[in-house]
Write a protein that binds this ligand. Structure first.
Ligand code: NAD
Ligand code: UDP
Length: 313
């Protein structure tokens, strides 16, 4: 397992920083590439003194070259607020970023794992979502820059496998949370925890009856590394997420309870195309990777609250 050279694009982001840390702990040499659009050096500052860690500031839309055995392609803003900020650059990041990762992998005969998303299912009409569901995605809406960019990236993975025999892996990540989320990230778990700790109103968009399934980041990272180790030709896609399904209202109440907050819940306009329900079917991940998430929502929230208590002081 040890002594591989591994590139993590988006390595200074929330999930990327946990992945870099875990790979280093396993004895790999890690090259972390990021343009710091939503990531930050503070996420990986504890890794900088490790001689097996290299940090590169670069944008994945521009070709790059590093001699590596494996590429985890995570570079892409993941919060709706940030991926809609410069929607055209978001598409370029997914599509050109994927082409650049795949061209490098093709040249080096390296493996590539693409961090795809449950958003490829759009506002799903099949529930829970299995990998053979093709999704219900609006191609021209405000979320499309992310959803369609990620769908195109998946297509590229399968075509590079078929045409160039590149060893590709596709995982579809469902809502993941934990320490190192940016306090102004805009996603629901970090928003609610920060609001609760500051005693500010908890902002529920819509009536709060929409559902999501929340996976703690350590569980996700274990699944990602297992997927990279599967045999050549097993591409997936594989759903990685925690099947526990909660309404956004449930989440708000849990966060208020765990933080013993005085915050009040307020209701705001639901953003366009916001999916009504989301829950992964993880039977493929369990069968092929032996993977099941171990950390329940209450436990994961406690750990994330502890993190935000430290960074908000
Ligand atoms: P994040 O925003 O914290 O991390 C993304 C990282 O990519 C950041 O460090 C950012 O600076 C970097 N980045 C963005 N555009 C770049 C570019 N053009 N060039 C180089 N670096 C760039 O988000 P995250 O939650 O850690 O997500 C990581 C990956 O996982 C993303 O690809 C995201 O789409 C995918 N994903 C995440 C979730 C989730 O719930 N967290 C769910 C589904 C998919
Ligand atoms: N949401 C909310 N309040 C917030 C942030 C998000 O009610 O402050 C809702 C959002 O409308 C969506 C759900 O929580 O229904 C999850 O949103 P997030 O942006 O975390 O992820 P995604 O919509 O991409 O699953």
């Amino acid at each position: 397992m040890g002594n591989k050279r591994v590139l993590v694009t988006g390595g200074a982001g929330f999930i990327g920083s946990h992945l870099c840390k875990r790979l280093l702990a396993e004895g790999q040499h890690v090259v972390c590439l990021d343009n710091y659009f939503t990531g930050s050096e503070s996420n990986i500052s504890s890794l900088l003194s490790n001689p097996c860690f290299e940090l590169v500031r670069h944008d994945v839309t521009v070709p790059y070259y590093f001699e590596v055995d494996e590429i985890y392609n995570l570079a892409c803003p993941a919060s709706p607020v940030h991926y809609q900020y410069d929607s055209i650059h978001t598409i370029k990041t997914s599509v050109l970023g994927m082409i650049n990762a795949l061209d490098l992998a093709c040249h080096l005969r390296a493996k590539v794992l693409q961090a795809s998303t449950s958003e490829v299912y759009g506002d799903p009409l099949v529930h829970p979502q299995r990998e053979d569901y093709w999704g219900n995605v609006n191609p021209i809406g405000i979320r499309s820059c992310y959803d369609e960019g990620k769908r195109c990236a998946e297509t590229l993975c399968f075509d590079y496998f078929r045409r160039h025999d590149v060893d590709v892996k596709v995982i579809r990540i469902f809502n993941t949370y934990g320490p190192n989320m940016h306090s102004k990230d805009g996603r629901v778990v970090s928003n609610f925890i920060v609001q609760a700790l500051k005693g500010e109103d908890i902002t529920i968009y819509g009536d709060g009856r929409q559902t999501r399934s929340f996976c703690y980041v350590d569980d996700l990272v274990a699944g990602m590394i297992s997927m990279m180790q599967t045999e050549k030709g097993f591409i997936g896609p594989v759903n990685l997420g925690n099947p526990g399904e909660f309404t956004i209202l449930d989440l708000a109440e849990k966060v208020i309870g765990l933080t013993r907050s005085v915050s009040k819940i307020v209701f705001k306009t639901l953003p366009l195309d916001d999916p009504k329900q989301r829950q992964p079917n993880i039977s493929r991940a369990t069968r092929r990777l032996g993977w099941v998430p171990e950390i329940c929502l209450a436990e994961g929230l406690e750990r994330t609250i502890d993190y935000f208590k430290k960074v908000l002081v």
